[in-house]
Design a protein around this ligand. Structure first.
Ligand SMILES: [Zn+2]
Length: 92
């Protein structure tokens, strides 16, 4: 038999690395049920969640409350309005 010398096709997109973490058992059960029902792998949902998280915090990175360093609520134009933790700070 002739060995297959074709390179293994690589999936497109970013390089993926394994990560071990502990999650809330109830959330894991719900995620498993969602993945089974939709036939979308749990890993796809978790990668989506991390992407959303990073987008949220990178977008807000420069918009931290000058008083308590919590997240700041912004108006539709992206301008800071007030502290999301209600420390009392409001944009001047
Ligand atoms: Zn604050």
């Amino acid at each position: 038999m002739i060995p297959n010398l074709e390179p293994t096709p690589r999936r497109l997109g970013p390089r993926l690395v394994p990560m071990l973490l502990r999650l809330d058992a109830g959330q894991v059960e719900k995620l498993q049920a969602l993945a089974k029902r939709t036939r979308v792998p749990q890993s796809v949902y978790l990668r989506e969640a991390v992407a959303d998280l990073l987008a949220k915090y990178s977008a807000l990175d420069s918009e931290l409350c000058p008083s308590c360093r919590s997240i700041v609520l912004v108006d539709p134009k992206g301008l800071p309005v007030e502290c999301a933790e209600h420390c009392g700070w409001r944009a001047p």
